[in-house]
Design a protein around this ligand. Structure first.
Ligand code: ADP
Length: 405
């Protein structure tokens, strides 16, 4: 069975074709600048053959048709016929309280995703475009599945997801914590439970998963189920990220809006696109650039790193308290998998809880699965490379099987 995994944005379409027989990525790439001119399609197959070509893609259906061609034509082809694609799995950012699991897409599901547009105005409408275009390009006979970023967090109790504002706004607008990166947190939780030998018996386990990338979030996972997470109504909450502020005193928003005469949209841009590493350091949203500047003694880069590490330590500490302990801490995504000095400083700050890092092992592990705690550490610390696409493909395959059986 081969599954096409899709992440549709308003002007982009990321794709991966995965062979479920061996979980191998046959080909992957991206369609960029859909509908805005100057389009570009990139393609790379399992043999390392790759190309990029400029092609105008006025809409997502045209983008899908280009992806189809890329998969079956020329020396770089990875399938002989489109009929080899059994199903399509779509990443959907916001599932709200409606979708607690992945689902087969039908008109009712599309309406459900659409009803959550207000909660994710940049994402959900684009996902629907992607789903509709996939139907046009592949036909109704190819089943489609939606996999939600929020779903893994749907086990949070109300005390973790209700904000301290008048309750009527929760009822009226469904304003609450939803959490994001759920597919990644779910993947690394599964791997961590395997490493702990508890995949069949997660009851009693306490895990903290740190997805540290351009966007970052941490989840507290008790008995294999999320009990709290740092992102909230939107991905803005939590700690500083590439360009996002993370949690701040909410009064800063009204204060700044008044002083700088900012509209809600401008305020949102400031907090989402001009803050975090970029706004603090004044250098870059990329942690590698900030790290390099910090090494050279740049004070604001050093401050940015200090803030990041301090905020992460505080969240992990609070989640240890919330769960009444911790068995394992997991680092994943670009920064978590690669940035060894952040991991070292964060673990140092958690030594009170019995976290003991093997500094040499830590320093040597980048982008690969590894245990980086010492044998005597009371808490296991792991680096686990994430793989959201395989989760989407697996969910899609499972739902499609249920359709066939
Ligand atoms: P996204 O959230 O866009 O998927 P990633 O998970 O790729 O992002 O994370 C991007 C962040 O990870 C950047 O801040 C980048 O500096 C950092 N990063 C990625 N690769 C490395 C690496 N090899 N070494 C250090 N940092 C890295």
């Amino acid at each position: 069975m081969k599954i096409l995994v899709i992440n549709a944005g308003s002007s982009s379409l990321k794709y991966q074709l995965i062979d479920m027989a061996n979980k191998k990525v046959l080909a992957k790439g991206n369609c960029e600048r859909i509908g805005i001119g100057g389009g570009k399609l990139s393609y790379k197959n399992f043999a390392g053959q790759s190309y990029e070509y400029n092609i105008d893609m006025p809409n997502h259906t045209v983008a899908f048709n280009n992806v189809k061609n890329a998969l079956i034509s020329g020396d770089e082809a990875v399938i002989n016929s489109l009929s080899e694609i059994t199903a399509i799995g779509h990443r959907v950012v916001q599932g709200g309280a409606l979708f607690k699991h992945s689902v087969l897409v039908d008109e009712e599901v599309i309406n459900g995703i659409e009803s959550l547009n207000d909660l994710a105005p940049l994402h959900n409408p684009a996902h629907i475009q992607g789903i509709r275009a996939a139907v046009e390009a592949f036909g109704r006979e190819v089943p489609q599945v939606a996999v939600f970023d929020t779903a893994f967090h749907s086990t949070m109790p109300p005390k973790a997801y209700i904000f301290g504002i008048p309750y009527e706004y929760y009822e009226k607008y469904q304003i609450r914590r939803y959490g994001f990166h759920g597919t990644s947190h779910r993947y690394v939780t599964g791997k961590c439970l395997e490493l702990l030998g508890r995949e069949e018996a997660p009851e009693g386990t306490k895990i903290i998963t740190c997805h540290l990338g351009n966007g970052s979030s941490i989840a507290a996972v008790k008995d294999g189920l999320v009990v709290d997470t740092t992102m909230g109504l939107t991905p803005l909450d939590g700690f500083i990220m590439g360009t996002r502020s993370g949690a701040i005193d909410p009064s800063v928003v009204t204060f700044l809006a008044e002083k700088e005469n900012l509209s809600p949209k401008e305020m949102s841009d400031l907090l989402n696109k001009q803050s975090g590493f970029l706004g603090l350091s004044g250098i870059s949203s990329d942690d590698r650039d900030v790290t390099a500047a910090a090494k050279e003694g740049n004070e604001r880069a050093i401050l940015t790193q200090d803030i990041l590490r301090y905020q992460i330590i505080k969240y992990i500490g609070s989640y240890i308290a919330a769960m009444g302990g911790v068995d394992a801490i997991v680092f994943t995504a670009g920064i978590g998998e690669n940035q060894t000095s952040h991991r070292e400083e964060i673990c140092e700050g958690l030594s009170f809880f019995g976290v003991e890092l093997d500094k040499e092992v830590n320093a040597s592990k980048r982008g690969e699965l590894a245990e980086i705690s010492t044998a005597s550490s009371k808490v296991r610390v792991y680096v686990i490379p994430t793989d959201e696409e395989i989760v989407i493909a697996e969910d899609t395959a499972a739902l499609v099987k249920s359709l066939i059986e």
